[in-house]
Design a protein around this ligand. Structure first.
Ligand code: AMP
Length: 321
């Protein structure tokens, strides 16, 4: 925790009456959990400030909140903008936080590019939501963290740590989470939500498990063809979210899900429980974490190239372990 920078963030928040929070595009649970955790904490602490989450919404995390869509960019002129859970301006989409008078970046990814008057990056934190908890802890006497904020932050932490399963989880993670439990919130409600699946999604999952393919040396992969979305009545977001449930195969350290986004661009969601895959993703205009990355292939005919590289990586890993 960088107390000096957290103090700067805290002082800057106090300075502004209007604050916009920007989760990244195609927001995941952590982006939304962080954004709404921060919003609810600021709303409860400073009832006279106007705090708004702005950007894309997602079916999966509607439960936490639905960001505002803002067309009139002049509203940002005198405001503070806080981007959460990305180090990448392009991932923030539009409107951009830099339209704001002053900007803060709160992120836990390896630094991709510099932006923001204050950049708070803590790669030791397995979820960006934990950075909001660091801010809360540093100024506990001043901040009010209501139940709604605790729920949102816990949702972010649970989803980005695979429910505390990933190796990025540390004692500090649990120490921070213990504060949420001390404050009291309904964690069961969140587990109930995360454990419920529509019939359509469950049947789609059955189809994926029946039809998943394997390379020779330990890579599982599945291509989400556009027709499947119609056949199973699932959204693209739901259909690709299944990547997080495909790490179940023994002796398969890497798995990949390919899908078309924006009607044309083929992207890959890549996961590992063995070798680091972020360099592999970077080779295909992507990046991310060692065990969870994404790549942009452009067209379906490049899928084989990535699979070949992934297969080499899996082979080397299995040979050494
Ligand atoms: P996802 O499969 O979308 O959950 O992405 C897993 C991780 O990879 C996240 O940390 C993303 O921020 C990162 N990631 C996904 N796609 C890209 C990309 N094209 N460039 C850089 N990072 C990415």
């Amino acid at each position: 925790m960088n107390l000096k920078l957290l103090k700067e963030i805290h002082d800057t928040i106090i300075e502004f009456e209007t604050i916009y929070i920007f989760p990244h595009n195609r927001p995941d649970g952590d982006a939304m959990g962080t954004a709404y955790g921060l919003k609810h904490m600021l709303d409860a602490t400073y009832p006279n400030k106007a705090v708004t989450v702005v950007g894309e919404s997602s079916e999966f995390s509607k439960f936490i909140g639905i960001p505002d869509v803002i067309e009139d960019e002049s509203v940002f002129e005198n405001a503070l903008g806080i981007s959460v859970d990305t180090g990448n301006l392009t991932k923030l989409g539009n409107p951009q936080p830099r339209l704001c008078k002053k900007t803060i970046k709160m992120d836990h990814h390896i630094k991709a590019e510099s932006f923001g008057d204050i950049e708070y990056i803590d790669t030791s934190r397995p979820a960006a939501a934990l950075i909001v908890l660091d801010l809360y802890e540093a100024f506990k006497d001043e901040y009010v963290l209501p139940e709604k904020a605790a729920e949102a932050l816990y949702f972010g932490i649970l989803t980005d740590t695979g429910r505390f399963k990933y190796s990025s989880v540390t004692g500090d993670t649990f120490r921070s989470v213990s504060m949420l439990f001390d404050l009291g919130f309904n964690s069961e409600k969140i587990y109930r939500y995360l454990d419920s699946r529509t019939i359509e999604f469950t049947q789609y999952k059955g189809f994926v498990l029946q039809n998943i393919q394997f390379t020779e040396n330990g890579v599982a992969y599945f291509k989400v063809l556009p027709e499947y979305l119609e056949r199973f009545n699932v959204s693209l977001e739901e259909a690709t979210s299944i990547v997080n449930e495909l790490g179940v195969f023994k002796d398969i350290p890497i798995w990949a899900l390919f899908a078309e986004y924006e009607g044309v661009i083929v992207r890959c969601r890549l996961r590992s429980k063995g070798p680091a895959i972020n360099k592999l993703a970077a080779k295909y205009e992507g990046g991310g974490h060692a065990m969870a990355s994404g790549a942009s292939l452009g067209t379906w005919d490049r899928v084989g190239l990535l699979l070949k590289d992934a297969d080499d990586l899996a082979k080397e890993y299995l040979g050494n372990n």
